[in-house]
Design a binder for this molecule. Structure first.
Ligand code: NAD
Ligand code: GLY
Length: 350
């Protein structure tokens, strides 16, 4: 098992290893006084891992209650959020009690926001069960729910007290969902780590899970330490995401987030070559790795459509969109682009 420590507004450990879900109760106990733990999970994950999580917590002496909602992004809304807050109140959780978020990014974001809000903040543990949650959403304290006007429009920066990533839980993921998480893993290689990139290029889907997840988490830890509140370096984690949000929205979300991020990374890399910022051979390497993972690297959508969606992206500030542009493997730059120039960038990369 590997342990990575995050030092941000809260200091906490991230445990990464095979079979460590059974240590949940023991590790929760080390966090100090708590009597009741509320497991927050969803309808796919809870039937597989809920009992093991609850047994571990009960063996450590906790009273366990469980709040389970229908799986999927559609549940990350205000109504489920309020139901969860009411459930916590009805079960009389106190400020010293704990929430365990058992699931992917949907569970982690919703449970984390509830933890930030209930009694003005109670502690929570992230137990990520998707690759995306393991390498990204469970680390760094971004929590949120969606509003009818858009994704993640209400939320808080609120760090967990522990992240416990049992890599065995990834074995029950649908292959397509695992592949989606791989786009985020490749993203870390392009952003920060040529050695990680080379390992992924060599091994493809057979990459070493514990080591690769640990490396991604270390890289995210470094970013969060520098810029917890997303005003500078952390924006780089949006590599490929500006276009991805446009592709997801334009496809009515039939293109998954991971695949859209893969296309977004390929498009920005091709555009960077045309703008003289990236070597064509490196662009080819990025595209080849995405293909090795079975991820798409192009879209049938026109620049005009994607441009319109990109402009409504919440990351836009005034007349400028901040593009994350690869300059070399392991090196990317934040490039502010005026809305007029944005269309040329998109056209250049499609
Ligand atoms: P998800 O939580 O919906 O999980 C994807 C699918 O996998 C679901 O159908 C789920 O039921 C299933 N699943 C989860 N774990 C499983 C397991 N072990 N075995 C079998 N099936 C399993 O989605 P996700 O991709 O994990 O996360 C996406 C969410 O994360 C989005 O809401 C996004 O906004 C958010 N996100 C947040 C951050 C952040 O920093 N907070 C970062 C990236 C993404
Ligand atoms: N997933 C982007 C971030 O945590 O900032």
């Amino acid at each position: 098992m590997n342990i990575v420590t995050v030092t941000a507004s809260k200091t906490y450990d991230i445990h990464i290893g095979a079979g460590i879900l059974s240590t949940l109760g023991r590790e929760a106990k080390k966090l100090g006084k708590a009597e009741t733990v509320c497991i927050v999970s969803e309808s796919t994950v809870f039937p597989i891992y809920g009992k093991q999580a609850a047994d571990s917590l009960q063996s450590a002496g906790f009273k366990v209650v469980s709040f389970v909602f229908p799986a999927g992004e559609a549940s990350k809304n205000g109504s489920v959020f309020l139901d969860l807050l009411n459930f916590l109140a009805e079960n009389r959780l106190t400020r010293s009690d704990l929430i365990v978020a058992l699931g992917g990014g949907v569970v982690g974001d919703l449970a984390g926001f509830a933890a930030a809000s209930f009694l003005r903040g109670i502690r929570f543990i992230q137990v990520p069960t998707t690759l995306l949650a393991a390498v990204d959403s469970s680390v760094g304290g971004k929590t949120a729910i969606d509003l009818p006007a858009g994704k993640n429009l209400a939320g808080a920066f609120y760090q967990p007290s522990l992240v416990l990533c049992d890599t065995d839980t990834l074995s029950s993921l649908e292959p397509e969902i695992f592949r989606d998480g791989c786009a985020e893993v490749i993203k870390y290689g392009v952003l920060y780590d040529p050695a990680l990139f080379a390992h992924l290029a060599e091994k493809g889907l057979a990459f070493h899970r514990e080591e690769v997840i640990t490396r991604c988490v270390e890289l995210k830890r470094d970013v969060v330490t520098l810029d917890e509140f997303d005003t500078g370096e952390r924006m780089k984690l949006n590599l490929g995401h500006t276009l991805a949000h446009g592709i997801e929205a334009k496809s009515n979300f039939s293109v998954s987030h991971g695949k859209a991020v893969a296309i977004g990374m390929a498009v920005i890399s091709r555009a960077a070559v045309k703008m003289g910022m990236l070597d064509a051979a490196v662009c080819q390497q990025i595209i080849q790795v995405l293909k090795t993972f079975g991820l798409p690297t192009s879209t049938e959508f026109e620049a005009e459509d994607l441009y319109a969606y990109t402009l409504s992206d919440k990351k836009r500030s005034g007349g400028t969109v901040k593009l994350i542009v690869p300059k070399a493997l392991g090196q990317c730059e934040i490039v502010p682009v005026g809305v007029d120039a944005l269309k040329s960038w998109i056209k250049a990369g499609l």
